[in-house]
Design a protein. Sequence first.
Length: 332
Amino acid sequence: MENKFKIIVTATPLRISFTGGGTDIKNYYKIKDGNILSTTIDKYLYVTVKRHNDLFKEKFRLNYSFTETKQKISDIQNNITRECLKYLKINFPLYISTVSDIPAETGLGSSSAFTVGLLNALYILIGKRVSLHQLAEDACKIEITKLKKSQGKQDQYAAVFGGINKFTFKKNEKVIVRKIKLKTKVLNSLNNNLFLVWSKKQRKADSILQSQNKNFRYNLANLNKINHQTKKLINIFQNDYNLSSFSKIINENWENKIKLSKKIFNKQLKILSHKIMLSGATGLKILGAGGGGFFLVIVPNKNKNFFLHQMSKYKIVNFKLESNGTQVILKR
């Protein structure tokens, strides 16, 4: 039954993945448990869902990078919005708006953050409560089953649960979420010594992931190494953390990742990564599928001033770790 609310606004955090990327895809976890370690950050995607009244000519108005005015759900061009409305069987007039702190298609899970944030808002608007696991699984159904994207499940779960988590993907489709508690010195280091460096290139992840999946059997050995790195990094975080050991794991992860597809690491990215390392960084990796987007970069305190000076012509994003997943920030 629909409730009294007329407008809902959600804020859903973007994520960075440390290790395990690629093991959340069904090809892998149907053979062996996949394990990913990731965290959400204080950069958000905001979704506004408002009941549209009959003073407007259109039944549905959507504002994102484009504006759509439609009378039928089936005519909506935004795939995620269309499928979310169909999935929840919502057919009353709506205004839906989306804004983000970071551009889309940059490797921070913005597509899944949108799916999660929209579903969260719509569920509240229709007065239905769902568990965090169901919200994440519903988002997976929309993106992977309905829209047939090549991606895995990690982004949806990160957006829902928030914080730093180990996600284990089981053969029976169950996802086990383990919250990772960090010591204060580790948390402070991650907040102070990590940066995002913009490659100036947005990219479509799906073609890269399709290429990666096509070569799955060839990639299996590297995926096993990537999978095992999650356990190693958790051990470092909880027992023997220092920036050098953290950098080593991230660099190993990146070396294994670029072997999964030739589309992940192009000439432009190679030049930029070389510049980053010469500027005092001790570790880096491309976030998301690769081919563009953001580098996650590790810079020791002693090198930060030199790094920021050398990289002054590039767009560098400071961020902090976020402990929450998707949140309702307005309802009335």
